[in-house]
Design a protein around this ligand. Structure first.
Ligand code: HSE
Length: 373
């Protein structure tokens, strides 16, 4: 396998390092905008040099972001090259373009590192859906947010110090707002749901609330009541309807999710035969993520392409009710739906998730967290 590597940041560098010890693959060219040299690969600033190199059969996209990643990946597929990417934003956003195009061109496209970093989550979803119906998929899928919430809960660290540390450890996205506002988990939830349920979710129908408005006082209130806050993205299928939503969730301290430390992820599917199956590991970082990119390269060598057939566009329906912790804004609607107060926060009666998220969109400074049943 001759690889063209697009991007030489946290993930790209990790892939390059891991490929060095393999006899079955080599990195032939690296597209990198910085002036670097490598002992055994050509470094170029020109993407076309990779695109037009017929000896390169597989391209690893590790640039992140939507543009020009989309155009580069699309052009590589059109040129008949296989693609491995760790880019969840790309895969969730351009699902309808890339999956059918890869099929039409007969090339292999994989993205295991896009969800869960080093966890074999999408590859196990792929195996799982061959033999059963999946009813639920998702969990803690953002290492940066988990790192921040864990550091605030266990270590009493401030939000901004914890975020800076997560950035320095290479967990955060180029724009960390993507992590803390829930967008990264949103992409991962949508991609996981598409594969688990064989659909293409309408992204606009999947609401996302992040952790960027959380305070040390919120964490203290949760601790005092034996609760631990985690950012989750969970999709469910019931009676032909799919729900999918990203939100902070309050778990009892005894729940497995409550014990997830640092940059680790805990992702779960519930299947008709297997029941509940959870996957735990480092959800971010150079070598965990590069490890899964390499797994995809090996799968491509054995002829494996995308994880599930392309499915029809569907809207998520988030009518499942949750009780919510809400702090930082109020109005008549919230007062009508309030069951009790905790200091300057309120606890609501059960409210359909879509209604709570619509309210939060009107009150962007508020912090909301759903009680896990
Ligand atoms: N920023 C992401 C995270 C990287 O923190 O989980 C892995 O997708």
């Amino acid at each position: 396998m001759r690889l063209g590597l697009l991007g030489f940041g946290v993930v790209g560098r990790g892939v390059y390092d891991l490929v060095q010890s393999r006899p079955d693959m080599e990195v032939k060219k690296v597209v990198c905008l910085e002036d670097i040299t490598l002992p055994d690969a050509e470094v170029t600033k020109d993407f076309r040099s990779v695109l037009e190199d017929e000896s390169i059969d597989t391209v690893v996209e590790a640039m992140g972001g939507l543009h020009p990643a989309f155009e580069f990946v699309r052009d590589c597929i059109l040129a008949g090259k296989n693609v491995v990417t760790s880019n969840k934003a790309l895969m969730a956003t351009f699902y309808d373009e890339l999956i059918p195009l890869a099929k039409e061109k007969g090339v292999l496209l994989r993205c295991t590192a896009a969800v869960g970093g080093g966890i074999g989550w999408l590859s196990e979803l792929e195996r799982s859906r061959r033999t059963q119906t999946i009813h639920q998929a998702g969990g803690i899928m953002n290492g940066t947010c988990n790192y921040i919430l864990d550091a605030m809960t266990q270590g009493g660290m401030s939000y901004s110090d914890a975020l800076s540390l997560a950035q320095s450890l290479g967990y955060a996205e180029a724009k960390p707002a993507t992590d803390v506002e829930g967008t990264d988990t949103w992409h991962k939830t949508i991609l996981s749901a598409n594969i688990a349920f064989g659909v293409s979710l309408n992204m606009a129908s999947v609401p996302a609330a992040g952790i960027h408005t959380i305070s040390a006082a919120d964490i203290a209130a949760f601790r005092a009541r034996g609760l631990v806050c985690k950012l989750t993205g969970i999709a469910k299928e019931k009676d032909g309807k799919i729900s999918a939503c990203v939100q902070p969730v309050l778990y009892p301290a005894t729940a497995p999710e409550a014990a997830v430390p640092q940059n680790y992820n805990l992702i779960t599917f519930v299947g008709s035969a297997s029941g509940r199956m959870s996957f735990y590991g480092q959800g971010a970082g150079r070598y965990p993520t590069a490890y899964n990119v390499l797994q995809d390269c090996v799968d491509i060598l054995s002829g494996k392409g995308f994880y599930s057939p392309y499915g029809e566009k569907v809207d998520a329906c988030n009518d499942e009710p949750f009780r919510y912790y809400v702090r930082g804004a109020s109005d008549a609607w919230l007062e009508e739906n309030t069951k009790e107060t905790w200091g300057n926060a309120v606890i609501t009666n059960p409210i359909p998730a879509e209604k709570m998220h619509l309210w939060r969109a009107q009150h962007p400074d508020a912090f909301i967290a759903a009680f896990e049943k």
